[in-house]
Design a protein around this ligand. Structure first.
Ligand SMILES: c1cc(-c2cnc[nH]2)ccn1
Length: 247
């Protein structure tokens, strides 16, 4: 997969992408990352990439022309078509379903805004999709781009080793929150590991873990539970766990 990133701080992404799964995916030829800095295409002595907003108000707005030139350079660098995705608080919330959709693409171009954002005419003319990574304001879209790059890279065939794939599957598989995890020591001042996990009874362990995932999801993210479409056995397992809660 090829990912082009339009950003005033390409070094930010280069550093974050050099590590871990994303760094390894690049070494394995599973991912190609290219940065495009609008400042390299800005005209004039000051190479302006932003200016004050019409109508007044705080902050600065990223200008159309440097963005158009950076986008044109990115598109000219590879014949593969690619959607332009703008990371912004006004975007649709990122979900694992959207990550799966993006991971299936051969290429995408991520636009990272700074300041107050991007001139609306560029968005209306060139942006295919706006995506938000959460309802909070960041200093720019680069962290959102890094999140998307990490999440889609993990879905590239061959990017994860067996242990990492198991972790991915355990979360991604059924849309529920993960169960609690424990390791040594079995007994500690902070508490003891649940007996079932030390029983060696794999059926009982799987049942306990499923029940804990269901209970956690019901308590913390009931919205995910609704989407999961539980079957009769899961609803029974959850009801048993809820009945056992000490309220
Ligand atoms: C994606 C981008 C942003 C953001 C971009 N610039 C300021 N905040 C916030 C949330 N998700």
């Amino acid at each position: 997969m090829r990912v082009d990133v339009i950003s005033l701080f390409p070094e930010f992404l280069a550093q974050s992408a050099a590590l871990g799964v994303v760094g390894r995916a690049q070494e394995r030829g599973l991912l190609e990352l290219h940065g495009w800095n609008p400042r390299d295409y800005a005209e004039g002595n000051y190479r302006r990439v932003d200016d004050r907003p019409f109508g007044g108000g705080p902050g600065m707005v990223m200008l159309i022309e440097p963005l158009r030139a950076a986008l044109a350079a990115a598109r000219a660098a590879d014949p593969q078509p690619a959607p332009l995705i703008y990371l912004s608080p006004q975007g649709r919330p990122l979900s694992q379903a959207k990550v799966r959709e993006l991971a299936a693409l051969p290429r995408m171009i991520l636009l990272c805004g700074r300041y107050e954002g991007v001139d609306e005419r560029f968005i209306a003319s060139e942006v295919d999709e706006e995506i938000s990574i959460g309802d909070y304001v960041l200093s720019g879209g680069e962290l959102g781009a890094a999140v998307i790059i990490d999440a889609v890279t993990r879905l590239q065939e061959g990017a994860l080793n067996d242990a990492e794939s198991a972790v991915q599957d355990s979360f991604e598989g059924d849309g529920l929150l993960d169960c609690p995890h424990y390791s040594h020591p079995a007994s500690h001042a902070l508490g003891n590991v649940p007996e079932v996990l030390r029983s060696g009874n794999h059926a009982a362990i799987a049942r306990w873990r499923r029940q804990q995932s269901l209970l956690r999801t019901a308590l913390r993210r009931p919205d995910l539970l609704d989407e999961a479409g539980l079957g009769k056995a899961d609803r029974k397992l959850l009801a048993e766990a809820v009945a056992g809660l000490e309220i």
